[in-house]
Design a protein around this ligand. Structure first.
Ligand code: ADP
Length: 320
């Protein structure tokens, strides 16, 4: 394979640039040219591809977001749309495609492989850490650290004013960010979509704290666990404590990637290029027990996201 392409798709995640850089550098090292498609599958369909040189990916490893931009594409979910994407690749003699993105993007990569035989390799890039086949996704560590730094700031002001703050973080279906940031930030309560929310139980924890003179605290709320206003109302009624709310929102998506995310992105991208060099496609890369792994996309996407219930219970025990 002499020419490959790379794109970022779906929600952006810190570390995507580190992955793009590593794809380009690892490929060029092995005398393979790399084209970058802009705006994910949407740009690929429109033929928005440009050659990426070693130099063009200088000075991006530390940047959040993605220099290739990302998008969602309804057209790509149709057979005709995917056919256009394949034509854009074949007209340039591009034999392989590295797709950096979440669950949906990897499904798209699998379709290209199954329907047209395009050698696609998926690289997990999403802050949600919601892919069951890999222990970590690129961007998760940075997002957790961003949330953690917000908790640290909030704790200072909450303890000065005797207030409890409910911090809403991303995680519609997956409470990993809330769990990890909550544990690391010493949150009194962590609410995640994977576990039923019991307001009596939560109020009892806060009331127990109140009884021993604790009048401030942090409630970490993954957005999919329960609506923010409902949580505040239910807990106010049951505790009489003073509450404030903070929604971290898009702040969690940006920022300079942590060492963990940069190293992970680099390792996964190198494996992706290795697979293309070996003429393999329809596979995803990931990490298990610290080791880089690869497996068929179809197999990987059947593995449900795993919520770390043990860690959740430990966090609960340690917050008391
Ligand atoms: P993420 O990759 O972050 O999960 P999305 O689910 O929005 O984000 O997926 C990104 C893009 O991938 C979609 O806009 C669509 O073009 C493509 N995609 C998603 N699911 C599929 C699918 N089942 N088949 C083909 N393409 C898909």
């Amino acid at each position: 394979m002499k020419r490959i392409a790379v794109l970022t798709s779906g929600g952006d995640a810190p570390g995507m640039n580190a992955a793009i850089r590593a794809v380009v550098r690892a490929a060029n090292y092995n005398h393979i040219e790399v084209y970058g498609a802009e705006r994910g599958y949407a740009g690929l369909i429109e033929g928005e591809l440009q050659m990426l040189s070693r130099r063009s990916v200088s000075d991006i490893i530390q940047r959040g977001g993605t220099i290739l931009k990302t998008a969602r594409s309804a057209e790509f979910t149709t057979y005709e749309g995917r056919k256009k994407a394949v034509e854009a690749l074949s007209v340039r003699g591009i034999g392989g495609l590295v797709v950096i993105g979440g669950d949906g993007s990897l499904r798209g990569a699998n379709e290209l492989y199954n329907e047209f035989g395009v050698k696609t390799i998926g690289v997990p890039g999403t802050i949600d850490n919601d892919l069951g086949y890999t222990d970590r996704t690129i961007g998760f560590d940075t997002a957790v650290n961003t949330a953690l730094s917000a908790i640290n700031n909030l704790r200072d002001t909450m303890s000065s004013h005797d207030r409890v703050v409910i911090v809403q973080v991303m995680g519609r279906h997956c409470g990993s960010i809330a769990l990890h940031a909550g544990l690391a930030g010493g949150a009194e309560v962590i609410l995640v979509p994977e576990k039923p929310v019991d307001y009596d139980d939560v109020a009892a924890i806060l009331n127990r704290g109140k009884a021993v003179g604790k009048t401030s605290g942090i409630v970490m709320l993954a957005e999919g666990a329960a609506p923010l206003d409902e949580v505040m109302r239910e807990l106010k009624d049951r505790t009489g404590l003073s509450f404030r709310t903070t929604v971290l929102g898009y702040i969690q998506r940006g920022g300079s990637p942590t060492m963990e995310d940069r190293v992970l992105a680099s390792r996964l991208a190198v494996r992706a290029v290795d697979l293309l060099r070996a003429d393999k496609g329809g596979r995803v890369v990931g990490v298990k027990g610290g080791e880089v792994i690869d497996l068929p996309i179809s197999e990987a996407l059947q593995i449900p996201p795993r919520f770390d219930s043990d860690l959740f219970e430990q966090a609960k025990m340690l917050s008391l």
